[in-house]
Ligand binder design. Structure first.
Ligand SMILES: Nc1ncnc2c1ncn2[C@@H]1O[C@H](COP(=O)(O)OP(=O)(O)O)[C@@H](O)[C@H]1O
Ligand SMILES: CC(=O)N[C@@H](CCC(=O)OP(=O)(O)O)C(=O)O
Length: 275
């Protein structure tokens, strides 16, 4: 069968971390455009933790993290929404368009895209949300119009309350609700790393693990080898890998053509699979 004119577009979710956003080269956005042109459509969910920190500092608003989640009240939420849905979201859209791609930015508030409930630790962290629903038809509609959705991780409760959602958590929820096969997490390290004993008393070296299972992750979290910002990524991965989602791949955004390489199946970054 001649499939060339008949190939169904493939969607994948890409989470882009605040740690890497400013450092992303133009070629990263050209790669996105090329994928889009080839019918491989990125659905982007982004973070922006460092930019939120900067603006909170400038405004003299205190904020701290409890188990990887920002303690959030209404004053903090104003800044989170302004920075994520305003500054960062539009910067990503501009860079995609600058590379010749087509993108529409929105937050989880728009069209009721992301419905959230307070996280279990809300008594400690305040207005932080977990995702309970994603309006997949909005994502599908934007993709059908030929645009990449670029989503800022703010959610709305049934009572119209806004919630701050960790971007890894939001990306994992989008991946499971729209039923992609793969989520790519773009960050500032080349994958999940582990210290490796090179033997004969030599110094330990840090190696990138090409593939990890849920059991490996549990072990590395318990030993402290996975810590800090990597924790929400692996937790989001373990939560979303079921049903349609088969794998989550963690890669460094400054690696040339990193997205195309993952989509081609090259051995790059760390693949998280169930077991
Ligand atoms: N085992 C590990 N391998 C690699 N990075 C790790 C590991 N455990 C924790 N990290 C940390 O996770 C960070 C990435 O998370 P984070 O800074 O929150 O990025 P992002 O802004 O992309 O979400 C890395 O810079 C590193 O400091
Ligand atoms: C609840 C919570 O912690 N929300 C995050 C949302 C942004 C984010 O997750 O950005 P990164 O991907 O760059 O870390 C925050 O306020 O920083």
């Amino acid at each position: 069968m001649g499939e060339a004119g008949n190939i169904k577009p493939t969607k994948f979710v890409m989470k882009c971390g605040g740690s890497t956003l400013v450092a992303l080269p133009d070629s990263f956005f050209e790669d996105l455009r090329q994928l889009q042109a080839d019918g491989v459509i990125p659905v982007i969910v982004h973070g922006g933790g460092p930019a939120i920190n900067d603006t909170l500092n400038k405004l003299g608003i205190e904020s701290e993290f409890v188990n990887g989640l920002r303690k959030t009240n209404e004053a903090v939420l104003d800044v989170v929404e302004m920075v994520l849905a305003g500054q960062i979201n539009k910067e990503i859209v501009r860079r995609i368009q600058g590379a010749g791609g087509k993108a529409i930015g929105l937050s989880g508030v728009d069209g009721g895209l992301v419905t959230a409930v307070p996280v279990a630790s809300a008594a400690e962290v305040g207005l932080v949300g977990d995702v309970v629903a994603v309006a997949a038809e909005i994502v599908e509609g934007i993709v059908a119009m030929g645009y990449m959705p670029v989503i800022a991780p703010i959610g709305l409760g049934e009572d119209n309350q806004r919630y701050n959602i960790n971007a890894d958590t939001a990306a994992g929820a989008v991946a499971s609700h729209i039923g992609v096969k793969r989520m790519i997490v773009v960050t500032d390290v080349p994958g999940i790393m582990r210290e490796h004993d090179s033997g004969s008393g030599a110094a330990k070296v840090r190696v990138i693990l090409p593939q990890v299972t849920f059991a490996d992750i549990e072990e590395m979290m318990a030993s402290g080898e996975i810590y800090g910002g990597m924790i929400p990524k692996v937790k989001a991965a373990m939560k979303c890998i079921h049903g349609d989602v088969e794998e989550v791949v963690i890669v460094n955004g400054s690696e040339p053509e990193v997205l195309s390489k993952v989509m081609r199946g090259d051995a790059i970054g760390t693949r998280i699979v169930k077991g």
